[in-house]
Design a protein around this ligand. Structure first.
Ligand code: NI
Length: 253
């Protein structure tokens, strides 16, 4: 399994990162992608990726950090051999709509950086799928990536896939009330899905409410297998292949 979205670069992991990484290895996590959100966490993501062979980093400015940060430092970080993507970037209209123009500006800069550098985008949207889609649409064919922790409906997922993007599925798929995510997983082919934890957030059942960690990505994979009525092995095989292709990791395919 590959956890394609983990914030191991946050405070929550400062005391037991090694132990978390060990548990991930014990649970057959083949790779982890550590996701940055601002300049400091981007740097920390790279440090962690340097410390563990099977861990990679993604660097970007999260929409929640656009007021404090800018994208100027990113192109330099993209030269690092363990950096495999740009993000987390995108739009978040749930927390605030007061800085929409700033959010859009910083997101567009990262889309253009992705076009230029050929790195995939790790995109965050919350109450903002349509606006994010509209910003990416002009670059269709020149950029790829994942709509991480996808929280919209099947129609929007199909639009994202048509743009050449993957759909990221996280812990909420295991929650009882996640009917929309259930429908989404049921109706979207495995070849378009990635599994993620978004650690330390959004822990799946049976750890809901606790700190999330990469080894728990198995609960997401198991739920997808259950919903799609396929074997767990099939889910792991296809989502790992998807992640390896998108992020160009794990050697030859
Ligand atoms: Ni995230």
């Amino acid at each position: 399994m590959i956890d394609t979205h983990a914030h191991l670069n946050t405070e929550e992991f400062k005391d037991d990162l090694d132990a978390c990484i060990l548990r991930a290895i014990e649970h057959n996590i083949e790779h982890i992608i550590v996701i940055g959100m601002d300049e400091a966490s981007n740097q920390r993501a790279i440090e962690i990726a340097e410390s563990y062979d099977f861990v990679y980093a993604s660097v970007g400015i999260h929409p929640g950090f656009v007021d404090q940060g800018n994208t100027e430092h990113l192109s330099n970080l993209l030269k690092h051999p363990k950096v495999v993507a740009i993000g987390e970037c995108g739009l978040d209209f749930y927390w605030t709509k007061e800085n929409i123009e700033k959010q859009k500006d910083i997101f567009i800069k990262q889309i253009e950086l992705a076009v230029e550098s050929k790195y995939p985008l790790v995109i965050h949207t919350r109450n903002s799928f349509t606006e994010a889609y509209d910003l990416i649409k002009p670059y269709q064919g020149k950029v790829t990536g994942v709509f991480h922790c996808f929280s919209s409906n099947v129609d929007d997922a199909k639009k994202a896939i048509d743009l050449g993007f993957y759909i990221g599925i996280d812990g909420p798929v295991t929650y009882k009330k996640a009917l929309e995510t259930f429908e989404l997983v049921k109706n979207i082919d495995l070849k378009h899905l990635l599994i993620e934890t978004d650690s330390p957030y959004l822990a799946p059942v049976p750890f809901r409410g606790k700190r999330n960690e990469p080894s728990y990505v198995r609960f997401v994979a198991e739920k997808i297998a259950e919903i799609k009525e396929v074997s767990l092995a099939e889910v792991i095989k296809q989502t790992s292949l998807n992640a390896k292709m998108l992020f160009n990791i794990g050697g030859n395919l």
